[in-house]
Design a protein around this ligand. Sequence first.
Ligand SMILES: C[S@@+](CC[C@H](N)C(=O)[O-])C[C@H]1O[C@@H](n2cnc3c(N)ncnc32)[C@H](O)[C@@H]1O
Length: 312
Amino acid sequence: MRQVFLQGTPRPADYWRSESDLVAYDATFAQRIGWKWDFVFQELRERGWTPPAGALLDWGCGSGIAIRRFLDHFGTRTPGRLHVWDRSALAMDFALRRVRERHPHLAADASGTSPGSFSGTLLISHVLTELAPPQIEWLTRFATTATCILWVEPGTYAASRMLIGVREQLRSQFKVIAPCPHQERCGLLAAENARHWCHHFASPPAYIFTDGHWTQFARLMGIDLRSLPLSFLVLDRRPPVELPAGAVRLIGHPRCYKGYALLLGCDSTGVGERRLTQRKFPAEFKRLKKGKLDGLCHWQCTGGEVVQLTPL
Ligand SMILES: C[S@@+](CC[C@H](N)C(=O)[O-])C[C@H]1O[C@@H](n2cnc3c(N)ncnc32)[C@H](O)[C@@H]1O
């Protein structure tokens, strides 16, 4: 399982062998993915975004962590029917059972075949790197039939760049809600930004650092529990919950040096690095060193240096 999930290459064959694979996955890798979804859902809720009424589909559901976290955050009043799809019947069965245990009153089913179209909220989580290019093309076309798309992938260069490709194909048909604070072409596609990728960091809950099972899992897997990088994309056909004009999204971790940091920011004019000095912003500098600077802000810059910074 470790090889499968950390390798990040297309997997032509189904790898779920037994119920116990899914139980183990759901208690470990899936929990970490759930904390990434929490990060995305929390921002959406803070911004006043709500899902449309209607059906919910978790495509490539695995153990179904995405659909469960969605219901935890947005409640069970809006969803119409719940659907899960995965090429593994074992995974679909597991995901359905887990969601029904928690929400027995909701109608939920597994599709018999991959659905051809879907009008509702489409959740996609950690599948891109397992798909071959024609499957990604198919999935992107399929996604155009949804009302909104919530998509979370690992925060790696490869996964982020694939998701940027999807965004570019879909942005004329949807409003981009997040992470981009604009609807323009992705600024990371500019030649000078080829080394960067769009990634963000979720926070795992504090208890895992003193929990023997998590410590053992981290040791066995060679994983740093503190680091939870993700790439994500939220698209919606409905009128957007607008961000204030001039909003900037900070990308990745700032690069810290003695007395200053370089922040990579994205806005409607593109993506670029700005210098923030400790002298001018002592409190912000302290927070960014702890990884606690807000991801969305307003800034004013002069000659590549931040002169005003306001969290949104
Ligand atoms: C890394 S797991 C992620 C599972 C779940 N979405 C999550 O976030 O925990 C990838 C899932 O995609 C499924 N998958 C891979 N290729 C697929 C395909 N072509 N069609 C449908 N599901 C696929 C796998 O069976 C597996 O359950």
